[in-house]
Design a protein around this ligand. Structure first.
Ligand SMILES: NC(=O)C1=CN([C@@H]2O[C@H](COP(=O)(O)OP(=O)(O)OC[C@H]3O[C@@H](n4cnc5c(N)ncnc54)[C@H](OP(=O)(O)O)[C@@H]3O)[C@@H](O)[C@H]2O)C=CC1
Ligand SMILES: Nc1nc(=O)c2c([nH]1)NC[C@@H]1CN(c3ccc(C(=O)N[C@@H](CCC(=O)O)C(=O)O)cc3)C=[N+]21
Length: 282
């Protein structure tokens, strides 16, 4: 069994971004700017925002955080998004999800300029991804593809089973794996005989949000197992995969922490750099 080191692969990407930012800064006098909008005080989101700010500093981006109170109304948030759309120093806009229930998230995501949509959640970018047009792809699944490539894990012709069908992970993961010629199955809470379906997979992606949900019973001998889950159990971070038991059966596995999470941040930097270059025709 090989442990996939997300921290290592993410450093390679961040170093590459950092080097390119330095060159572009010399050439244009400008640096990429990333604006992160957090509504309310969800502790998990706060950790994520802190990591993003730290990484922005490392790679040489300008990082702006907007922390709004939990009772912010939709109009206020839409106004902020509009201001960020027209701010020339901002090239990436990320509105942290989930949003409080008085706000229609879809309306907010659709208000973001698609060129600055570094999460890849705007319908234009979702449509491009589904059509196979090069676009800003969601960071978490894009990071998973990078990890598979780094470890030279074949995707073409392989059977991939994705557990979870969210717009942020499951669905875009399916699109990216399909683009790479995997045969994909997307599972969810209504899937029948889930362990049997998952056992057919050469590559299993667990994105459910339930601690240790994917047990050894879900995994074929020699499969590749990717754990997207971020769950807090007794103050400890655990994934959606029952790591200790699954690790004995699989060929490759990602840990939590230190797997998919750091890759999400690295791809956010990559997407912000891509947006900066496309906005400035570089
Ligand atoms: N590491 C990272 O960078 C990131 C980690 N995450 C983490 O990944 C996990 C998933 O996130 P996200 O995709 O946003 O979650 P969502 O809650 O949006 O989606 C969860 C999916 O899992 C499915 N599901 C829930 N229970 C079951 C079950 N018993 N059997 C089969 N399927 C089930 C749901 O099915 P249905 O649609 O039928 O309800 C749904 O499609 C979370 O732990 C989250 O914190 C998320 C984003 C980035
Ligand atoms: N618009 C939007 N885009 C997102 O991409 C998004 C979001 N909203 N809402 C929340 C989820 C969750 N998410 C994580 C990203 C990185 C880590 C991460 O860096 N994890 C590290 C360390 C975590 C720690 O130690 O606390 C690790 O797994 O090793 C975690 C979680 C992005 N999400």
């Amino acid at each position: 069994m090989t442990l996939i080191d997300g921290k290592l692969v993410s450093s390679v990407i961040k170093d590459r971004v950092q080097a390119e930012v330095a060159v572009l800064k010399d050439k244009t006098g400008k640096v990429p700017g990333l604006a992160v909008v957090l509504v309310g005080e969800d502790p998990a989101s706060a950790v994520y925002v802190k990591n993003k700010n730290k990484t922005c500093e490392k790679v040489g981006f300008q990082s702006l955080s907007h922390n709004l109170p939990a009772d912010t109304d939709e109009a206020t948030l839409l106004k902020l998004v509009g201001d960020l759309n027209s701010d020339d120093s901002v090239h990436g806009i990320l509105v942290q999800l989930p949003l409080p229930k008085q706000i229609d998230s879809q309306r907010v995501l659709e208000a973001i300029d698609p060129r600055k949509d570094v999460d890849g959640f705007h319908p234009v970018n979702v449509g491009h991804l589904a059509s196979g047009v090069k676009t800003l792809a969601p960071c978490t699944p894009a990071g998973i593809i990078e990890m598979l490539d780094h470890y030279k894990i074949d995707i073409e012709g392989k059977r991939a089973v994705i557990i979870g069908r969210s717009n942020i992970v499951g669905k875009p993961m399916a699109m990216l794996l399909l683009q790479r010629n995997a045969t994909i199955t997307i599972c969810h809470s209504r899937t029948k005989d889930l362990p049997a379906v998952a056992r057919e997979a050469d590559i299993v992606v667990g994105a459910i949000g339930k601690p240790r949900f994917v047990t050894a019973d879900f995994v074929k001998d020699g499969a590749v197992v990717i754990d997207v889950g971020i769950n807090r159990v007794d103050g400890k971070l655990v994934g959606d995969v029952d790591f200790d038991n699954v690790a004995e059966k699989c060929s490759f596995i990602t840990p939590v922490p230190g797997g998919v999470g750091p890759m999400t941040i690295a791809m956010l930097m990559q997407n912000t750099l891509t947006a900066f270059k496309s906005i400035h025709n570089l």
